[in-house]
Design a binder for this molecule. Structure first.
Ligand code: MN
Length: 315
């Protein structure tokens, strides 16, 4: 099933748009992957400028194809991420962070994904994991195809990324004309996000920025690079995630009441103390600063008004 993106404004600061393929009118999630944004390629100067905002009940995974972004968060992280590296932020009961494109690279091209945390992990202590060096994938049956394993297990390799449900994520690069039969976990459902070139996925044509969904029950995926440009894709997958969740703004919860409380906690952030739910951003010296965020972005993003309906948990 082919999932097409919708355009979403990333922030009011830059007006730059992302292409969002999950959640989608046709499908809400793939495993515990509940959110897939594809950003760029664009000029780095039009890159990511996202002021401090909160998350709950999820993990965010940032992956760059090109560019350089600085991440800061309320557990004290100050981390520049470059292509080939993973930033995995576990919001648990609550975290806040900002993101800022760095000067240097000419272009900016990225994906950001959210992972819903299961009931037994959704209120854990927030944390941040940066992975510099990832397992590299080599394929005998697809000459010159390469890959990096971001999350989970694939081809006998294992990523150090800490996740809380069975998941996989990998970047694969296939030169034009290359065909790859990839063995995958048959208990997983999968998604293939094409970020460059053009693919046939199990015979289905998938153009750039589209996400092809493959239901559970398949032990292998047939990937073909059919465009004039090399095929670059992000593979995601996981065991079907069967907990009803409420996703609203940057929060994942289980009930309307939880969302209301999270929103109020964040919007009263400047009045709370630094031990509040969302912590404080660090200046990098170990000191936590409160309400004056020590980053170049400055400020924070308040949560919008809630819709005038009761939010319902959905599968
Ligand atoms: Mn965020």
């Amino acid at each position: 099933m082919l999932l097409e993106p919708r355009l979403v404004k990333l922030s009011t600061r830059t007006g730059v748009e992302v292409r969002r393929t999950l959640p989608n009118a046709k499908l809400r999630r793939i495993g515990a992957w509940v959110f897939v944004d594809h950003f760029g390629p664009t000029e780095q100067t039009d890159g990511m400028v996202v002021a401090a905002h909160p998350h709950t009940g999820l993990q965010t995974m940032t992956w760059l194809f090109a560019g350089k972004v600085e991440h800061r968060d309320s557990v004290g992280s100050v981390q520049v991420i470059e292509p080939g590296q993973v930033n995995l932020m576990t919001a648990g009961r609550g975290i806040s962070h900002s993101e800022l494109s760095q000067r240097g690279p000419i272009s900016m091209h990225a994906a950001q994904l959210w992972i819903a945390l299961p009931e037994n992990a959704r209120k854990i202590t927030p944390s941040f994991q940066h992975i510099d060096v990832l397992p590299q994938l080599r394929f005998a049956d697809a000459r010159h195809a390469t890959g990096s394993l971001l999350v989970g297990k694939l081809m006998g390799q294992r990523s150090p990324a800490v996740v809380h449900t069975p998941l996989v994520a990998a970047e694969l690069n296939l030169p034009t004309g290359s065909v790859l039969t990839l063995p995958v976990d048959a208990s997983f459902e999968h998604g293939i996000l094409v970020v460059g070139g053009e693919a046939l996925v199990n015979g289905e044509r998938v153009g750039v920025t589209n996400l092809e969904f493959v239901a559970a029950g398949q032990g292998e995926l047939r990937l073909e690079s059919i465009g004039p440009e090399p095929l670059q894709l992000l593979l995601i997958g996981g065991e079907p995630f069967n907990e009803p969740i409420v996703m609203w703004w940057n929060f994942i919860a289980r009930t309307h009441e939880e969302i209301v409380a999270m929103r109020e906690a964040w919007n009263s952030y400047e009045l709370a103390d630094a031990n509040g739910r969302f912590g404080a951003l660090s200046d990098g010296s170990g000191a936590t600063l409160f309400s004056t965020f020590a980053d170049e972005v400055g400020g924070w993003i308040p949560a919008p008004e809630l819709p005038n309906v009761v939010l319902r948990a959905r599968l």
